[in-house]
Design a protein around this ligand. Structure first.
Ligand code: MG
Length: 451
């Protein structure tokens, strides 16, 4: 059987790869894994196939003897919050996050509100491949009831983030996706004047693709300028990530969103620990230095950050894609709380968004990729290690080569037949040199390995 779980749960094209039958089997396997029943929260995004998959998921859980708390249409961070709030034994989120609308996905969550770690996913895979699931006897099948998680979630955010010190005009772009049900109204309650863009729910995502990449945020940037807004806020499809557009229409990368929120959230803490990955900007090191804290870098991926936190602890986690994890809130990326913290920070600063961004050092980045078959990857990596052996090397995930004025990350993708090559430097010219050197070496080693 092929591996079911990818980087973020099970993903596939709805009704072709990800069918109601597979959703049923996955949730029956989850019920089997949980042993003696328990309560499982189930949420879904607004994709056209989500309700179909939710019904199948609920059926599988009930058949396995679990009770279900049906949360309905919610963003991913609300599902994580609800697991704690309602003291559930597990959670299931039906979403394909930033993928195109024909995709959908199923992701499992543990009782702490964290996504399943790889070892837990492997146990689910083993149950399915061996058809080792257990159906409950007729007298022990589960019950389902509906629950409202949005109201307690919003109440909790309003408790965590006080009303703004000055009114901000904010354009909110939710990609016609799940964030639409929370973020615009929440920001208005915090005291923002909200202009909503792509906030009518539509599972075909007609406004823009669900990935908040700079090229997909042109309409948001234009709207910020046209309205004279203080900033623009964009979520991905399930609102666990946030990207910012400043008042001049410039997109801030996810690294910088994370850095600003970390600076604000951790101020006043003694020696705070920021947990991030090897792919995130050095601007996090600058933030840690300002706070008198430290940065820990893990392998790439949210489960890696959560896994580190589970073993060693930390104060905030985040990635270069704009996902921020507030460990004292929930062990899950929360794009909605990120947005709330950012407007709080901006309002209190008295600065414009671009001025606030300029309080952190500027970095230049180049991100590229090279095709390479999976079987050649280890050999290529070894050859690169040898080539860069005189520099400072970090082998946490791929190869991170440290220079005095920047770094290079050459990393084999875990899901695609490619190597990624990231370069970062303080200087626009230097980053091009580093990127060119990285790509030259990478292409040469891939060619040599294929001979
Ligand atoms: Mg997402």
């Amino acid at each position: 059987m092929p591996k079911l779980f990818g980087t973020f749960g099970v993903r596939g094209i709805s009704n072709i790869e990800l069918t109601p039958k597979l959703a049923f089997e996955l949730s029956l396997a989850l019920a089997t894994y949980l042993h003696d029943g328990g309560v499982v929260a189930v949420g879904y995004d607004n994709r056209t196939s989500s309700e179909m998959l939710e019904q199948a998921t609920v059926a599988g859980l009930l058949a396995g003897g679990c009770d279900c708390l049906r949360l309905g249409l919610v963003p991913t961070p609300v599902l994580s919050f609800a697991i704690n709030h309602f003291q559930c034994d597990a959670g299931v989120m039906i979403t394909a996050s930033h993928n195109p609308p024909e995709y959908n996905g199923i992701k499992f969550w543990d009782s702490s509100g964290a996504g399943f770690q790889r070892t837990e996913e492997r146990r689910i895979e083993r149950i399915i491949s061996g058809k080792k699931w257990r159906r409950a006897p007729w007298s022990q099948t589960g019950n389902a009831r509906r629950a409202d998680a949005l109201t307690p979630y919003v109440r909790a955010v309003l408790k965590a983030v006080p009303k703004l010190k000055r009114e901000l005009k904010v354009v909110v772009d939710c990609a016609n996706a799940a964030g639409s049900v929370v973020t615009p109204s929440l920001l208005a309650m915090l005291g923002c004047k909200v202009v909503s863009l792509n906030c009518q729910l539509d599972g075909t995502f007609p406004g823009r693709p669900a990935e908040p990449s700079p090229q997909n945020l042109r309409m948001l940037a234009q709207t910020v300028l046209a309205c004279g807004a203080d900033l623009g806020i964009a979520h991905d499809g399930d609102a666990d990530r946030t990207i910012i557009v400043d008042e001049r229409g410039q997109v801030l990368t996810g690294d910088r969103v994370f850095a600003l929120v970390a600076l604000h959230h951790l101020r006043g803490r003694s020696r705070p620990r920021i947990v991030t990955t090897v792919a995130t900007s050095s601007v996090l090191d600058d933030v840690a230095a300002k706070l008198g804290g430290e940065v820990v870098r893990t392998r790439v991926g949210e489960p890696e950050i959560i896994g580190y936190y589970g073993k060693r602890g930390g104060d905030i986690g985040g990635e270069e894609n704009g996902g921020v994890i507030f460990f004292d809130w929930a062990p899950c990326r929360d794009g909605i709380l990120t947005a709330a913290k950012l407007v709080e920070m901006l309002a209190a600063s008295g600065m414009s968004m671009s001025q606030l961004d300029a309080t952190l050092p500027r970095y230049y980045q180049v991100k590229q990729k090279v095709r390479c078959s999976d079987e050649l990857k280890p050999r290529v990596l070894k050859a690169l290690e040898k080539r860069f052996s005189r520099y400072k090397l970090d082998r946490t995930d791929g190869l991170r080569v440290g220079f005095d004025d920047g770094w290079l990350l050459i990393r084999p993708s875990g899901t695609e037949p490619i190597f990624r090559c990231f370069a970062e430097a303080r200087d626009a010219k230097r980053v091009k040199e580093l990127a060119a050197a990285g790509m030259r070496e990478l292409r040469a080693r891939v060619k040599a390995a294929g001979r």
